[in-house]
Design a binder for this molecule. Structure first.
Ligand code: SAH
Length: 357
């Protein structure tokens, strides 16, 4: 018992230092990443920081999963090219615009267009889609999450009116990256994309899965170090969850507890960041997103995709929110956010880099 008390005291000191310096030595991060006892004090510190910077505001992103066709074969992902059991779909420009119109009426001011890497959507087509959303919904932010592209393509989408881009780096360790992806994919290219996006002027989001196969604490620390270099505006993390039609079907899930610790560490290291309580977090636990908000997250991403395709965008088994209409998803999340002690706001929710001390 004595020792236990001492350990908790040590955690508190590390946490206070992390809060103050927005940085810590690898050995200290290791303690926070690995120790269950750190959860409560970490969440308390992260919540203080989040309230200092963003108050109790939670930003809404309307997620439009517009295609599950993908040319890539990431070993963890349910919509990988090698999964021949999933029914593939691709929404038309008009269908995507209908999702935006429905979202706009429900108060969404950010649309996130996410999909597999589907070559059927040429750069010209993405340009048209973005330009049309930009002209019909001038007060909204447009976020793309469509994978790795040449710099010129990113530039074209930006010129069409896209503001933000989400591209999780997945893992910042080369060897780990190679265990999660086939040989034709590389961490170097993923990082090149992130730097290009940043230079072009996008608000950029990176991130990783917690508890991915072969992941170690050292890898998670490398992820944090890479994020310190990149200084992204948005950071998306969630637990790894297995999908039956992937080579990793028998791998264990990440844990709720470690994901929550990582969320709090991110909030302390990146006070300004926009950090979502993800669908994967809601899938691993019925109150995962509420706990995520209390641990430092400040964004939720209700689904705006047409219900008829929802089930087909299954990145992992038992993904939640595949049966409800957009309005239901929004209502359900608004309740969850307010139960956790925060409020959804209807603004674009841009990053606030300036610190309100
Ligand atoms: N093709 C786009 C979108 C990928 S899907 C891109 O490359 O960015 C969005 C995120 O879902 C991925 O970046 C990955 O981190 C996450 N994801 C995929 N499979 C998952 C799984 N089995 N468990 C948890 N998260 C997963």
């Amino acid at each position: 018992m004595q020792r236990r008390n001492r350990d908790i005291m040590i955690d508190q000191t590390i946490i206070q230092q992390l809060k103050q310096n927005r940085d810590a030595a690898d050995e200290q991060l290791q303690v926070l990443i690995e120790r269950e006892e750190a959860n409560t004090p970490l969440a308390a510190a992260a919540d203080e920081v989040r309230r200092a910077h963003y108050g109790t505001e939670v930003y809404l992103r309307g997620l439009i999963e517009f295609t599950n066709v993908c040319k890539n074969n990431c070993y963890y992902c349910g919509i990988r090219a090698g999964n021949h059991t999933v029914k593939r779909y691709s929404l038309t420009r008009e269908e995507i615009l209908d999702c935006c119109a429905e979202g706009y009426a429900l108060g969404f001011r950010t649309f996130v267009l996410q999909g597999g890497e589907n070559p059927a959507y040429t750069d010209t087509e993405i340009y048209r889609i973005v330009a049309e959303i930009r002209s019909r919904f001038p007060d909204c932010a447009i976020t793309l999450s469509i994978g790795e592209k040449p710099r010129a393509s990113y530039q074209a989408y930006f010129d069409a009116g896209a503001d933000r881009y989400l591209l999780r780096h997945e893992t910042a360790n080369e060897v780990h990256y190679a265990r999660l992806h086939p040989a034709e994919m590389s961490l170097a290219n993923r990082k090149r994309c992130l730097w290009d996006l940043k230079e072009i002027g996008y608000q950029v989001g990176a991130g990783f899965m917690v508890g991915a196969p072969y992941e170690t604490t050292a890898h998670l620390i490398e992820d944090l170090r890479f994020l310190q270099e990149l200084q992204p505006d948005m950071i998306g993390i969630g637990p790894y969850l297995p999908h039956q039609q992937t080579p990793f079907r028998d791998c264990r899930s990440g844990t709720l507890s470690q994901t929550l610790r990582m969320l709090s560490i991110l909030r302390l290291m990146f006070p300004y960041a926009l950090i979502p309580a993800t669908t994967a977090l809601g899938t691993i636990s019925p109150i995962g997103r509420e706990l995520g908000l209390k641990a430092g997250a400040n964004v939720v991403m209700p689904n705006l995709s047409p219900v008829r395709v929802r089930k087909q965008y299954e990145l992992y088994d038992d993904k939640i929110c595949t049966g409800e209409e957009a309005a239901q998803c929004r209502g359900c999340l608004a309740r969850r956010v307010s139960n956790a002690g925060y409020q959804i706001v209807s603004s674009r929710g841009d990053v606030r880099r300036e610190i309100e001390e």
